[in-house]
Design a binder for this molecule. Structure first.
Ligand SMILES: [Ca+2]
Length: 308
């Protein structure tokens, strides 16, 4: 059986302190990347870094580290966009050019677990390659403008729909060009938890697992201090979809961009608005919306991470 060719576009920030406020950055991209490295049905054809959870130089450095130290075969790594698409001056980058070259050779599945910026630029610059994109699996979206991403118990803050918030236009470009889009939103990842016990289990003699487990510790403590028992490994739902789509429960919905009061203010302000990626049954752009996991999902996830 031939392997599924997957290109990873990531804003890896494992172990990083945040630049803009106190605390640590997300570790979830690390789980997604490691899971794909270990999947025997997948061939990772390249990794492109993108800004997002951290700055582009950090995402690139961490992508290089993971590919060099933990990948079971050689995977090239490229530096992508440092900021959202400037529609008035669309600029290519090393990552976009490398992905274009790979797509010219053969069709690819794309895991885009940061802002969709690199993919959006590629589509604008090389529309002839759209037919080579089998699907793009992204982490974004919600069902309604008042579905807030509540984090902490009791709710201490709303999490942003970060990937979408950082580059609304990039998502719009995907939709308007009829790319097959799969969304793994907060609604699904909020049903999956990684706990202290799981991090303990991850500390096998596998260097990637040990590193990820250790680097996840401060991130876990951050969630525990807000009243949760663990953290949601958001991006790993998207990588899991590429490996075993049947482990995720999906629904075909229609996506649209809508403007509503800004949910990043706990009591949504009357005078502060933002764009939302809404998925429902009213006419829009067709997407596969993943909203739940199978009953033994947690066990399947841990198995996929722990194996050598
Ligand atoms: Ca990410």
């Amino acid at each position: 059986m031939s392997k599924k060719k997957v290109w990873i576009d990531t804003d890896l920030s494992v172990g990083m302190k945040r630049y803009h406020k106190e605390g640590y950055s997300d570790v979830d991209d690390g789980y997604a990347v490691l899971q794909l490295f270990k999947a025997e049905t997948i061939e990772v054809t390249g990794i492109s870094a993108v800004f997002g959870n951290t700055k582009i130089d950090d995402a690139y450095r961490l992508s290089l580290k993971m590919a060099t130290e933990f990948a079971p075969y050689k995977i090239p790594v490229y530096k992508g966009a440092e900021k959202k698409i400037d529609l008035a001056e669309v600029k290519t980058n090393e990552a976009v050019e490398a992905l274009a070259q790979v797509l010219r050779k053969e069709p690819q599945h794309i895991l885009a677990i940061g802002p969709a910026t690199n993919i959006g630029i590629l589509i604008l610059l090389y529309p002839e390659l759209i037919k080579q994109i089998k699907e793009v699996v992204l982490v974004a979206g919600r069902r309604a403008g008042n579905d807030f991403f509540k984090v902490g118990k009791p709710t201490s803050h709303h999490a942003p729909d970060l990937n979408f918030d950082l580059d609304n236009d990039a998502f719009r470009i995907l939709f308007e060009n009829n790319i097959k889009v799969v969304l793994c939103p907060f609604e699904i990842s909020n049903k999956v938890w990684i706990t202290a016990n799981d991090l303990e289990k991850l500390k096998t003699n596998n260097p990637g697992n040990i590193w990820l487990s250790e680097q996840s510790q401060p991130w876990l403590e951050q969630w525990v201090s807000s009243g949760e028992d663990g953290f949601n490994p958001f991006d790993v739902l998207a990588s899991h979809y590429l490996i075993a789509p049947d482990d995720l429960i999906t629904e075909e919905l229609q996506a649209h961009l809508e403007i509503h009061p800004n949910d990043m203010l706990l009591d949504t302000s009357e005078y502060n608005y933002k764009q939302y990626l809404i998925c429902d049954h009213t006419p829009g752009y067709k997407v596969i919306y993943c909203y739940n996991v199978v009953a033994d999902y947690h066990q399947k996830l841990m198995q996929s991470l722990i194996k050598d």
